[in-house]
Design a protein around this ligand. Sequence first.
Ligand SMILES: Nc1ncnc2c1ncn2[C@@H]1O[C@H](COP(=O)(O)OP(=O)(O)OP(=O)(O)O)[C@@H](O)[C@H]1O
Length: 361
Amino acid sequence: MKQANANFDFDDDAPLLEAEGLTVSYSTSEGELIAVDDVSFTVQEDEIFGLVGESGCGKSTVAQAVLGLLPTNGAVPSGSIRFRGIELTELEKRELDALRWENLALISQGAMNALNPVQRISTQIVEAIQAHRDVSTDEARERTAELFETVGLDPERMDDYPHQFSGGMKQRAYIAMSLALDPDLIIADEPTTALDVIVQDQILKRLKELRDELGISVIIISHDISVIAETCNRLGVMYSGKLMEYGNLKDIFENPYNPYTLGLQNAFPTLRGEQSDLISIPGSPPDIADLPEGCRFMERCPFATAECGGEHPPLESVGDDHASACYRHDIVDEMRREAGDRETWARLRSEVVATGGAGDE
Ligand SMILES: Nc1ncnc2c1ncn2[C@@H]1O[C@H](COP(=O)(O)OP(=O)(O)OP(=O)(O)O)[C@@H](O)[C@H]1O
């Protein structure tokens, strides 16, 4: 479903969202830090795209760059982000404001807390609708009731105050508000992290249904690869500002090529039927103020060799709509076999401790 926007001349043949060589930096007292480094991905209409990786790898920075919501010390020194052909990095604030809500919406982990506690939920949604559409209050209330139904809330409760809702209900109410203007793309940044597993599951299911029923595309950002596995059809695995593996979910999950993806899968054992307990990746990601010269994952990778120390590997195509950044693709069968073995990572853990490398978590 394509939403027009009087302010923009969209290219109907362009992908919904396309990031190309996206680089995002933060200026800090330690200098210019590159939080997202040369990242490219495409999100098509009707797609649920996932960005997954450990805390600090740059997922939220990507979301903020897309939405034009980077903090004041953040910048996009190179690369491009196009939304239906429109270059977002060149837009004025006023133009970006016109795109947000109408075409792009954000649901963040703390979204539910963004609801005004002293205003009825219906009032907040009605105001959001009337700020962008010339409709009567009755019409906007009718739309609010519909939105409540869409997100699985009882419309009879729409005149409640936020404190009368549980966390999961508030998060749904916020999702209802983000849907008010029929955006084409929702960016959901850890949308369910603060919620219990059952509510999390319900909300993720609802996001999927929204894609099916309303044709809304979604980018889900999560550190939890099982959330991504349940909801997305394509994904990017991020590590330390870089995309390590990228492509369609089925290929990445059935035939992962990157040791980091293999490690992440181990950390969420429900993904691997044969294995009942969790094997964590030893150590922690490098500090972006002090990045290693070679592959960013090298220090934590049980398969690293001297070759990995030169420069970070480029993304290499390993199938249709599947790419991975690793110098060891030639031993991928061995990596897949050994990555499921606790010993493989335990060996590395003792090396990391012995060399005083990245600290054990
Ligand atoms: N305003 C800022 N100034 C300086 N550095 C920042 C700023 N915001 C984020 N960073 C750094 O940029 C890197 C990427 O952070 P980001 O929040 O995008 O990661 P993330 O993967 O979303 O992690 P999390 O899940 O913890 O939010 C981190 O090293 C973080 O410390």
